[in-house]
Design a protein around this ligand. Structure first.
Ligand SMILES: Nc1nc2c(ncn2[C@@H]2O[C@H](COP(=O)(O)OP(=O)(O)OP(=O)(O)O)[C@@H](O)[C@H]2O)c(=O)[nH]1
Ligand SMILES: [Mg+2]
Length: 243
């Protein structure tokens, strides 16, 4: 599916030393670009959050509801990542928010180079006051996006109730490299055999520092806590930048 993400042959598969070296060089180049992006985003004044999940876990819907809650108060920008179509960007644009759609044409993740182009394009839509929050919605995939830093300050991994509470244990890296864990579609708990406790216990075992939220974009459950978290985070981030 994707030649650049290094997912072929990791783990117990054997592979040629040359391929390993090429992958390592690609990731090192990506890391350097990600670092550049982070500084660039900081110059815009923004805190950036990379959203990672399986397809359809509710990333764009979460963004829509978060925008509804914060748009009058904070300046929000969005970079959308998908294999094809402008559909997610259209949904964000309908809320009057600066947005850029990046399409990878087949690759299963965003990388720092394409995100840099996205940031430069987004910049042309901003007024001189800059941004507070920049959300980057990654391509729907719990595996490939994990290895690629984009320049984000924070990674949030989403797991929706229909996917099953065993997923943190089965896809550990997504949970180990994130700072925030969002269980989404909690309104569907009565219809699925999903254990919040199992999902959170496994995720916390992998990454004890994870911030956890149980959200429903349909009922609005715990959105006040999520939005309050974002406000506080931005405040802390601004204080750090000042020092
Ligand atoms: N019941 C319920 N459905 C939801 C919730 N959030 C999103 N959905 C539905 O889940 C489907 C997928 O939502 P999206 O927000 O498009 O998911 P996504 O993660 O952005 O999908 P990709 O960008 O394709 O990876 C849509 O039909 C949403 O209406 C929720 O909290 N509860
Ligand atoms: Mg989406």
């Amino acid at each position: 599916m994707c030649e650049s993400c290094g997912c072929q042959g990791q783990g117990s598969f054997k592979k040629e030393i040359g391929v390993i070296e090429v992958n390592q060089r690609l990731l090192a180049a990506n890391d350097a670009q990600a670092e550049f992006n982070r500084h660039y985003i900081e110059k815009l004044g923004a805190l950036s959050i990379n959203l990672i999940s399986s397809p359809g876990s509710g990333k764009t819907t979460l963004l829509e509801k978060t925008i509804d809650a914060l748009a009058g108060e904070l300046r929000i920008g969005v970079i959308e990542g998908d294999i094809e179509t402008e559909r997610d960007a259209d949904r964000i644009r309908a809320r009057g928010i600066p947005v850029v759609q990046l399409t990878t044409g087949g690759a299963c993740h965003l990388d720092a180079h394409i995100v840099h182009k996205g940031i430069r394009t987004l910049e042309t839509q901003l007024d001189r006051t800059g941004l507070d929050l920049l959300f980057i919605e990654n391509v729907g995939n719990l595996v490939c996006p994990v290895s690629f830093k984009l320049g984000e300050h924070l990674r949030a991994v989403l797991l929706s109730v229909p996917e099953g509470s065993d997923k943190p244990a089965k896809y550990p890296k997504a949970f180990m490299t994130s700072q925030v864990f969002l269980i989404t579609k909690t309104d569907l708990v009565p219809y699925f055999d999903f254990s919040m406790e199992e999902a959170e216990r496994e995720a916390t075992r992998l990454n004890p520092g994870l911030e956890k939220f149980r959200l429903s974009s349909v009922t609005g459950e715990n959105f006040d806590a999520w939005v309050g978290y974002l406000r506080n985070l931005l405040k802390k981030y601004r204080n750090i930048l000042k020092d």
